[in-house]
Design a protein around this ligand. Structure first.
Ligand code: NAD
Length: 307
């Protein structure tokens, strides 16, 4: 009997786990969980006899794959999959998948929560700013970016997007102005929301040179990954631009320094909160469970990210 492990240092909502269990056991597979584990050793021992693993932000590196001798598939219940060593997976013939789009709405809603919190000066009773008639730039127009555009329009904002891998027509059909040049996006937009995947090409892409192009009242929201921002450049922005604000869903390495000096213009979630809704947990968890069943039963490799 195939054995499927849900390994989550930060667990799914209970109802989501229950639904995943139903899908996996109904297909005739064994369902096991490892939640809130504290050490890598716990993960290494839990994967020993499993055929499939579902994870969230958990790290599946070469050591984990070495320890999981029967492993055939690992599914990241979420969008980003930089926590899986894709080269090791490919070498070992292990299929890696994500569940694209399943938590996009949760992340997009959080962005506006964070944005308003900062531009209203953390509700400290001082005078803040509004969103209406302001320009928002969407850096990377994937699942989350598109929902951000939709919500922004509800706020009466002017929406711009830069994504070299998305067709201009698709962007324009959403009523969004397409920016072919990333610098133009930053020059035009007082508010920027970034949705880049973390990879070698996007590492430190948001540097001082780019950020400093933003107009007065510059506010950047990063719900993507910490690797995409150059942290020295980020500090320089805070230093040189008293108008600059930054909200992040991922703790930067220099969080303590920024908090100490610029706390009124900075917000960072204590733990990644983007996908932490019952709805997103359910969507991503169920998609992962269905994908694993379809893979084992029908050999379906849709959503494979290592090819
Ligand atoms: P997605 O794959 O739908 O979109 C990513 C977009 O980035 C794609 O449209 C792609 O064309 C674009 N892109 C890639 N390289 C680019 C570049 N150099 N310049 C401009 N655009 C580029 O993913 P998504 O669901 O929109 O999620 C975006 C990112 O958000 C994920 O990669 C993940 O890291 C992060 N995320 C965070 C949370 C959270 O909890 N905070 C939850 C989900 C996703």
């Amino acid at each position: 009997m195939k054995k499927v492990l849900v390994a989550t240092e930060k667990p799914f909502a209970k109802a989501a786990v229950e639904s995943m269990k139903q899908i996996i056991t109904a297909a005739g597979f064994e369902f096991v969980t490892l939640e809130k584990y504290k050490t890598k050793e716990e993960l290494l021992s839990a994967v020993a006899l499993v055929d499939g693993i579902i994870i969230r932000s958990d790290i599946i590196d070469r050591d984990v794959m070495d320890a999981a001798k029967n492993l055939k598939i690992v599914i990241r219940a979420g969008a980003g999959y930089d926590n899986i060593d894709l080269n090791a997976a490919t070498e070992k013939g292990i299929v890696a998948m994500n569940t694209p789009g399943q938590n996009a709405n949760a992340v997009a809603e959080l962005i506006f929560g964070m944005l308003i919190y900062l531009i209203r000066n953390k509700y400290d009773a001082s005078v803040g700013s509004e969103l209406r008639n302001k320009k928002i730039g969407i850096h990377a127009y994937g699942y989350i970016g598109r929902i951000v555009a939709l919500i922004a329009k509800g706020f009466g904002m002017k929406v711009y997007a830069h994504d070299p891998f998305v067709d201009r027509v698709l962007v324009e059909n959403d009523g969004v102005q397409y920016e072919a040049n990333v610098e133009d996006l930053y020059k035009k937009c007082q508010y920027i929301s970034v949705h880049l995947p973390a990879n070698e090409k996007t590492k430190k892409l948001l540097n001082y040179d780019l950020l400093s192009k933003m107009p007065e009242g510059a506010t950047l929201v990063n719900t993507a990954r910490k690797e995409i921002i150059d942290e020295a450049g980020l500090v320089k922005m805070f230093e040189t631009r008293p108008d600059f604000r930054y909200a992040s869903d991922i703790t930067p390495d220099n969080n303590a320094e920024i908090l100490e000096k610029y706390s009124q213009r900075y917000y960072c979630s204590s733990k990644k909160m983007g996908a932490q809704t019952h709805e997103a947990n359910n969507n991503a968890g169920l998609a992962a469970a269905n994908q694993i069943v379809n893979f084992f039963v029908k050999g379906d490799k849709s959503f494979q990210v290592n090819k």
